[in-house]
Write a protein that binds this ligand. Structure first.
Ligand code: PEP
Ligand code: MG
Length: 757
């Protein structure tokens, strides 16, 4: 049964569009369960109806015609109850509803299970039999299992093909139903998708229509010929070292290339209008899925060979592409499986409107870069149909992490309106640039920016920041192929410190591990966020840590604007050890005759244990900095990068707010200044609460700074405190959000409400 299930899911995943996926489901499930009918109904949310979308057993003409209000019929009942309904004789059930012409009258036994994706009902999967007998428990569990697995595949197919036939024309345009990801960088972009892909990534190759079919076919044939030549010469080289049976793999490659199965299909697809790379992707993936679905393990593994072959042909094709400079439309939205910083750099800055990446999260390098550049970005869009996106019109909503493909006119108008509002808001915000961040009751809350890239420096300065509250040093480490040496690091830190001097800059020591890995220092762990990361690595590798500390200290010589910050502190012992090493590095430098003063040192409060030892920690250092990104993830046990649980991740969760208050109170008791440097600090609504708690400063992405300044200049601390007191009485995160949005509206900052959505 397990194999059958796996095969069906794989076939559905490989389907070209929703119709094909549904046809596969009904055909395969009917056969596997030995029933007389299998049908899929999908829920049309606009009209509150369940629509028969595919059937094997009922009359074909009924497809698209049978529509049942959600409150009616057995299908509606399955949807309402969100659980299986198993009936021996369905026509006797009070909710049974007969559709003339469907051919349903002959069937008695009925089993319907809901198809649910991310808590949302997508439809109902139904099997029926002529006999009057309940379905056995193993049939019920099989159907439940398959519906649960199919929910994701159906959502994916929906995203790819668009729902045609579901409710006439209204949902035909995908743009009504957005794809969900995570907000990577705030702002809205309306533009044209340009797919960018890594050279060897087959899955990410987009479809493109081809101008000269003959030329494209020839290009493909030459690529195949070249690959064949390469393999033949490999075969010759291997002749002496490999026995004949092991060389069979290369023979198999040659056979695949010579046979019609792959090449013939690619050429057929090119003739249908796709370019060679796109046609190759379609064909190779189809073969891979076919192999994957095989019972025999040996054959299943052949999928890897097909993929390898596909990549080889692709490489040849790419090398033959004319090297003309890439053209980017005026409002380019860069789309891809995994957008990298260098892909971003390829687009002329004036043309880059947005970024959408299937992988990655808010803390990905590219998201941080996008924020620094003021370009809206959505990350981790699981269901992004990358291969079909090139040239499509697209809306990127970087506030809420939504993407609209081929947006409808209404949606487009709505976003245009939002853009106009934004432009007005930005004008007002720009005027705040040189004004201080002081509340009307005269409390100064210095606003700093988070950075990690030299490229950040210009927009950061323009934003009116009073310095850098968090410089993430891992980025210079990430873009190299080995640990940077002391002098290399010195240069980087010096440049950052100098460009902000005399304003303060807080350099954080290396915080790799978790989701931030160094290509040359791989860490394989089952639970990376609970594993070897941040200060733990630094303390285990004093030879790396001391080099960094020395480079930082040297960089600060004569400038004296540097603060040091230790990440991921979990116990006082870690602070003691880190401080000992810092003192050692300092002494070593003093011994060489350089005069460097000891910087102010802080620890990040981002692990729950640190919340409960905040006073002990505060006593040891000069300042505390709250990392709400990690603190939220650890308090709520929600992976900050996992799109599946993204809805559970909320820094306004009452538990997080209480922890924050406890940290601030502890720091005040010890007279240690406390700042917030997680994303929360850049959320205008949350900033009210942080002000009310008595936080001393805030550090955020440059793009968010003007909005937060507006909040600080509008709300007195007294008012913020009374709003905080009330917010702390709420039990739900969304109630806190609504309450704060209302406060922003009341204060005449309604424009910020959208920004904080
Ligand atoms: C945080 O955890 O809130 C933080 C600022 O650090 P990072 O996002 O780099 O983990
Ligand atoms: Mg952190």
């Amino acid at each position: 049964m397990l194999n059958t299930l796996r095969r069906i899911v794989q076939e559905v995943t490989a389907a070209r569009d929703l119709d094909q996926a549904l046809d596969v489901i009904v055909l395969r499930v009917k056969k596997a369960m030995e029933v007389d009918v299998c049908s899929v109904y999908l829920t049309d949310k606009t009209h509150c109806e369940n629509v028969l979308m595919a059937t094997d057993g009922l009359n074909d003409e009924a497809v698209g015609m049978v529509r049942l209000k959600n409150s009616l019929g057995l299908i509606g009942l399955v949807g309402e109850r969100e659980e299986p309904i198993n009936l021996a004789n369905a026509p006797l059930h009070p909710r049974y509803q007969y559709f003339p012409g469907s051919g349903e009258e002959r069937y008695h036994a009925f089993l319907g299970v809901p198809i649910i994706h991310h808590r949302q009902l997508q439809g109902v999967l139904v099997v029926q039999r002529l006999t009057k007998k309940h379905f056995s428990e193993d049939k019920v569990t099989f159907l439940v299992t398959i519906a649960a697995q199919l929910a994701g595949a159906i959502a994916h197919a929906e995203a790819i093909g668009g729902i045609t036939g579901l409710s006439g024309d209204t949902r035909k345009e995908r743009g009504v139903v957005p794809l969900k990801g995570q907000s990577g960088s705030p702002g809205v972009a309306i533009g044209t998708a340009v797919v960018n892909y890594a050279l060897a990534n087959l899955e990410a190759i987009p479809d493109r229509s081809v101008g000269d079919v003959k030329l494209e076919v020839n290009l493909f044939k030459t690529a195949v010929k070249d690959v064949r030549k390469d393999i033949q010469s490999m075969l010759e080289r291997m002749q002496e070292v490999l026995p004949a049976e092991d060389r069979a793999l290369f023979d198999a490659y040659l056979l695949m290339l010579e046979g019609e199965a792959i090449t013939g299909e690619v050429i057929r697809r090119i003739k249908q209008g796709n370019w060679a790379s796109g046609a190759l992707r379609e064909t190779i993936l189809e073969h891979i899925h076919a192999f994957d679905a095989m019972e025999d393990e040996y054959l299943r593994e052949r999928a890897d060979d097909v993929r390898d072959l596909g990549r080889r042909i692709l490489e040849k094709l790419r090398s033959k592409e004319p090297q003309k400079p890439k053209k980017f439309p005026a409002r380019t939205v860069l789309v891809g499986d995994e957008i990298t910083a260098s892909m971003l750099a390829e687009v002329p800055i004036k043309r880059l409107a947005g970024v959408v990446s299937k992988r990655g999260s808010q803390t990905s390098h590219v998201a941080i870069l996008a924020r620094a550049m003021g370009v809206s970005a959505v990350m981790g869009v699981d269901e992004l149909p990358v291969s079909l996106m090139d040239g499509r019109s697209i809306i990127v909503d970087g506030y809420t992490g939504r993407v609209f493909i081929n947006p409808s006119r209404t949606i487009r108008e709505e976003f245009k309106h939002l853009l106009r509002e934004e432009a007005e808001l930005s004008k007002e915000l720009r005027e705040l640039r040189d004004k201080p961040a002081i509340t009307p009751d005269n409390i100064g809350i210095p606003l700093y920016i988070n950075s990690g890239l030299l490229a950040d420096v210009t927009p950061s300065r323009k934003s009116g920041a009073e310095g850098v509250g968090l410089y993430r040093t891992e980025f210079p480490f990430m873009v190299r192929d080995r640990f940077p040496g002391e002098d290399e690091q010195f240069q980087i830190y010096r440049q950052v410190l100098k460009s902000f001097s005399p304003a303060p800059v807080t350099l954080r020591t290396l915080d790799v591990g978790g989701d931030k890995s160094l290509p040359y220092f791989p860490i394989e762990e089952d639970n990376p966020f609970l594993g070897w990361r941040g200060i733990r690595i630094s303390l285990d590798h004093p030879e790396i840590f001391l080099v960094q500390l020395r480079a930082m200290l040297r960089a600060s010589a004569g400038l004296n604007n540097m603060n040091l910050l230790f990440p991921m502190i979990n116990s006082v012992a870690e602070v003691d050890d880190a401080l000992r090493l810092l003192r050692r590095a300092h002494h070593e430098l003093i011994d060489t005759g350089v005069s460097i003063s000891m910087p102010h040192v802080g620890v990040m409060i981002e692990v729950p244990s640190a919340v409960y030892q905040v006073r002990e920690l505060a006593r040891r250092v000069n300042f505390l900095s709250i990392g709400t990104n990690d603190l939220t993830q650890y308090l709520l046990a929600v992976d900050r990068n996992n799109a599946r649980v993204a809805d559970l991740y909320d820094s306004l969760h009452p538990a997080v707010l209480r922890a924050l208050q406890q940290i601030v109170d502890g720091a005040k008791d010890e007279k240690t200044p406390v700042s917030v440097c997680g994303e929360m600090a850049g959320d205008p609504a949350a900033a009210i609460l942080l002000l009310g708690m008595g936080v001393d400063s805030l550090s955020m992405s440059a793009a968010n700074l003007p909005r937060v300044k507006w909040v600080i200049r509008t709300f007195t601390q007294r008012k913020a405190h009374s709003l905080l007191k009330e917010a702390l009485t709420f039990e739900y995160a969304h109630s806190v959000r609504n309450f704060l949005n209302a406060a922003l509206e009341d204060a005449g900052l309604g424009g910020l409400v959208r920004a904080g959505r």
